[in-house]
Design a protein around this ligand. Structure first.
Ligand SMILES: [Zn+2]
Ligand SMILES: [Zn+2]
Length: 170
């Protein structure tokens, strides 16, 4: 009973935009609940959101730091070296390489995402793919003394798999 009275009293109050205190409004942000005027509201698929929450949401998706890039590069380089080792161990079984290489690339990206708390920068995919290629080429030169065509093909497969993983939003 008291609640309905309180709500009625609450509803009759005049509210002002959190950014523009001179503008009264009944519009509220669907994320942070603050009052906002029509100029401050941004239409999103799930309703009206204030500018700050929209920006916060974008930053959350693209908030990778230099350290994150370094971690992504390190994990991907190891993934590249692993790709070369595993596919060369498979030796004549070329088909295995075609199956294993993308899995290693995808797994490297997955691990990189996990240790960086799923933060990613706009270039995470490129950094991962590049590091994977370089790591693989370096690994191949170190282990076999050369980079053969198949190693390059497998590395390209692994790199595109890691790149694709970073483009996914989960
Ligand atoms: Zn908000
Ligand atoms: Zn406003």
């Amino acid at each position: 009973m008291d609640d309905s009275i309180n709500n009625a009293a609450h509803d009759s109050e005049v509210h002002y935009c959190a950014v523009h205190p001179q503008r009264d409004t009944e519009l509220r942000c669907n994320r942070c609940d603050r009052y906002m005027c029509i100029d401050c509201a941004q239409r999103t698929p799930v309703g009206y959101t204030c500018r700050e929450c929209v920006r916060g949401h974008e930053n959350k998706f693209y908030q990778g730091t230099i350290i994150d890039y370094a971690l992504v590069a390190a994990v991907s380089a190891v993934g590249g070296a692993l790709t070369v080792i595993v596919t060369s161990l498979a030796g004549g079984f070329i088909l295995i390489g075609f199956i294993i290489a993308p899995s290693i690339g995808g797994a490297a990206a997955q691990i990189a995402l996990q240790i960086t708390g799923r933060r990613r920068g706009r270039q995470s995919g490129t950094v991962s793919a590049g590091a994977l290629l370089l790591g693989g080429i370096a690994g191949s030169c170190f282990l076999i003394g050369t980079v053969n065509l198949f190693a390059l093909i497998f590395l390209a497969l692994a790199a595109s798999a890691s790149f694709a993983r970073f483009k996914m939003t989960i």
